[in-house]
Ligand binder design. Structure first.
Ligand code: HEM
Length: 507
C-alpha cells in the first residue's frame, strides 16, 4: 500500500500486550515514526497536545453537543451575562482616568461654573472623563445605562425563573447563587453610583450610611467598616472603589461561573409540549445553533446599550455639582434599583420604638427590617414553595404561571410592593406632575403600599384559579367527539362571506 492510499487519520493502535494492531502502529514500531502525525495540521497538533495533557476533548465535545431548549425567556439570563461583560469592559476604561480619592483639589477644567472651586479629586477626574477625555462621556454613559439595564434584566430573569418554578429541585442551589448575584448587582450599582462624588450620589451615600447606622447594636460598626468613619468621610470613596472594581466583580465572576456551570451540569428546564419530557431536552445544540444565537444576542445587547449610551443622557454630574454635606437638591432620586429603599424611608412614619430599653432608629424598620424580611422570603422561596405544594420531586419541565395560584399571587404582590415603593421614592417629582403636595402623596402611598399588594394578591390568585379551572383546549375537541350532538359553544368567530364581506358566526 503506497503512502497516498494510507488512511490519513489512522492513529497507531496496540493491543493489551503492546503489539501493533494496525498498519500505522506497525510502521511506528518498525521506523519509530508515527505516519499519522505527519498529516496533521498545526491546529490539530496543538489540539492533540492540549488534549493529551488535559483530556479536555470529552468535556468540550459534551459541551458543544449540549442541547438548549428554545424560548425567548431563556435569553434573559444571557442578556444579564452579556451586560456584565460590557460593564467590565467599559469599567476598565473608566478606571484608567478615575481618581478614587476624596482629597480636595481646585477644579481647572473647561466647565466654567466650577473653575477655581474646591472639589474632590474623584469629582474632578469624572468631570475630566466627561468633558475632556475622548469618548470618556460615551463610556460613562454606556457603563451607567448598562448598569441600569443589567439589574432590570436580572429582575426579569428572576421573575421568569420564579413564575415558571425553575427553582425547584435540583435547582434550589442555583436559585440561591442567582439571588446572591442580584444582591451583588445592587451593591455594585450603589458603590459605582457613589464614585463620582457629586451632590446626588453623595445624598444617596448618606441614605445608605443612615440605613447602616440604624441597625441596632452593630450599626455603628457596620457603617464605620464600610464608610471608614462618620459620614461624610474622606475614606468612603476609596473603599467604595475597592468594593466596586475588585471585591464585587470577583464575587460576581465566581458567582456567574458557578451559576452558568450549574445550568450546564443540571441541563436547562423546558416548557411542556408535545415531545418535551422530564427525561429529555428538546432544542438546539450549543454548537453551532445556540452559540450563534448567543453571539448575535451579545452584539445586539452591546448595540442597544451603546445606542442608548450615545443618545440618552444619564447622571450629568456637572449639572448636580460636587458633593457638599450641607446641601441636598430636590428632586433627587437614586437609580431605580434602590428607589424602593428611598421610597420606604420617605413614606414610613417617623416612629422610633423602644424595645427592651433600646431605641430603634426610625430608618431601621423601612430601611433594613422590611426589605430584609422580603428579600429573605425571596431567597428561601424554593423551600417555602415546597411547603405550599408538598412537592419535593425533581422537575425539569416548567410550570405555567397560573398553575400555582399562591406562587403567582405572592410573586405579583411582591413586584407591586417594590414598584409602589420605587414610585414613592419619586414623590417630589410626582407632586410636580400631579400638582399634589408631597405630604398628600406620602399619605396616598402609605395606603397604596398596603392595599396595592393585597389587592394584587387576591386578583392574581382569582385569575390563576379561573385559568386553572378552564378546561385545556384539546378537551373540547375530545368532548365534541364524545358527545357529537351536544352544542359546542366556543364563542364567536369572524368569517369571510361569499361577497368578500365579514360576518360573525358561532365557533
Ligand atoms: C448576574 C446575574 C445573573 C446572570 C448573569 C444569570 C445567568 C443565567 C443564565 C445564562 C441562565 C441560563 C439561561 C436562562 O435560563 O436564562 C440562568 C439560569 C438560571 N438562573 Fe440565572 N442569572 C443571574 C441571576 C439570577 C438570579 C437573580 C436568580 C434567582 C434568584 C437566578 C436563577 C436561575 C436559575 C434557577 C436558573 C436555571 C433556570 C432553568 O434551568 O430554567 N439567576 N441564569
Amino acid at each position: 500500500m503506497t503512502d497516498h492510499e494510507r488512511p490519513v487519520d489512522e492513529r497507531p493502535t496496540v493491543d493489551h500486550l503492546g503489539r501493533p494492531t494496525n498498519e500505522a502502529a506497525r510502521v511506528l514500531a518498525e521506523t519509530g515514526v508515527d505516519p499519522s502525525v505527519d498529516r496533521q495540521t498545526e491546529l490539530e497538533r496543538i489540539a492533540i497536545w492540549f488534549d493529551e495533557r488535559t483530556g479536555a476533548s470529552h468535556i468540550l465535545r459534551a459541551t458543544l453537543r449540549k442541547v438548549f431548549p428554545d424560548h425567548w425567556s431563556f435569553l434573559l439570563g444571557e442578556i444579564a451575562l452579556f451586560s456584565f461583560v460590557i460593564l467590565v469592559a467599559t469599567g476598565v476604561f473608566l478606571t484608567f482616568f478615575y481618581v478614587p480619592s476624596a482629597a480636595p483639589v481646585t477644579y481647572q477644567g473647561p466647565y466654567t461654573p466650577y473653575q477655581g472651586q474646591e472639589v474632590s479629586a474623584a469629582y474632578d477626574s469624572v468631570m475630566r472623563l466627561s468633558l475632556e477625555v475622548r469618548s470618556g462621556l460615551l463610556m460613562r454613559q454606556v457603563h451607567h445605562w448598562t448598569a441600569v439595564i443589567f439589574v432590570a434584566v436580572i429582575v426579569l430573569h428572576l421573575s421568569r425563573v420564579f413564575f415558571t418554578a425553575a427553582f425547584r429541585r435540583p435547582r434550589e442551589l442555583n436559585w440561591i447563587i442567582g439571588f446572591g448575584l442580584l444582591l451583588f448587582a445592587i451593591a455594585e450599582g450603589v458603590t459605582g453610583y457613589s464614585l463620582p462624588d457629586d451632590l446626588l450620589s453623595g445624598t444617596g451615600a448618606r441614605i445608605i450610611y443612615s440605613a447602616a447606622m440604624s441597625v441596632p447594636f452593630i450599626g455603628p460598626y457596620l457603617s464605620f467598616l464600610v464608610f471608614g468613619g462618620e459620614f461624610p468621610t474622606t475614606a468612603f470613596i476609596s473603599r467604595f472603589f475597592v468594593l466596586h472594581v475588585m471585591l464585587l466583580p470577583a464575587l460576581f465572576a465566581g458567582g456567574i461561573a458557578s451559576h452558568v456551570g450549574l445550568v450546564f451540569l443540571q441541563k436547562h428546564t423546558q416548557f411542556r409540549g408535545p415531545v418535551e419530557r422530564e427525561t429529555n431536552v428538546v432544542g438546539r445544540h450549543f454548537w453551532p445553533g445556540q452559540a450563534f444565537v448567543s453571539g448575535g444576542l451579545f452584539f445586539l445587547t452591546a448595540a442597544v446599550v451603546a445606542a442608548i449610551g450615545g443618545l440618552v443622557q444619564i447622571n450629568p454630574i456637572w449639572a448636580y455639582g460636587p458633593f457638599q454635606p450641607s446641601l441636598v437638591s430636590s428632586p433627587s432620586q437614586p437609580d431605580w434599583y434602590v428607589g424602593w429603599l428611598d421610597g420606604a424611608l420617605r413614606i414610613f412614619p417617623p416612629i422610633e420604638p423602644t424595645i427592651l430599653g433600646i431605641t430603634i432608629p426610625s430608618a431601621f424598620i423601612p430601611g433594613v427590617l422590611i426589605p430584609g424580611a422580603l428579600f429573605t422570603l425571596v431567597a428561601v422561596w424554593p423551600w417555602v414553595d415546597k411547603l405550599i405544594t408538598h412537592d419535593n420531586r425533581e422537575h425539569h419541565l416548567l410550570d405555567w404561571p397560573w398553575e400555582q395560584p399562591i406562587r403567582a399571587a405572592t410573586g405579583m404582590a411582591l413586584l407591586v410592593f417594590f414598584a409602589l415603593l420605587t414610585l414613592a421614592g419619586g414623590n417630589d417629582v410626582l407632586s410636580v406632575f400631579l400638582t399634589a403636595s408631597v405630604e398628600e402623596l406620602t399619605h396616598i402611598f402609605q395606603i397604596l403600599v398596603i392595599v396595592g399588594p393585597i389587592v394584587t394578591w387576591l386578583v392574581t390568585y382569582a385569575l390563576a384559579r379561573a385559568r386553572l379551572q378552564r378546561p385545556p383546549p384539546d378537551a373540547l375537541e375530545a368532548e365534541a367527539e364524545e358527545h357529537p350532538g351536544r352544542p359546542r359553544h366556543r364563542g364567536m368567530a369572524v368569517q369571510r362571506t361569499a361577497d368578500g364581506g365579514f360576518e360573525e358566526v358561532e365557533a
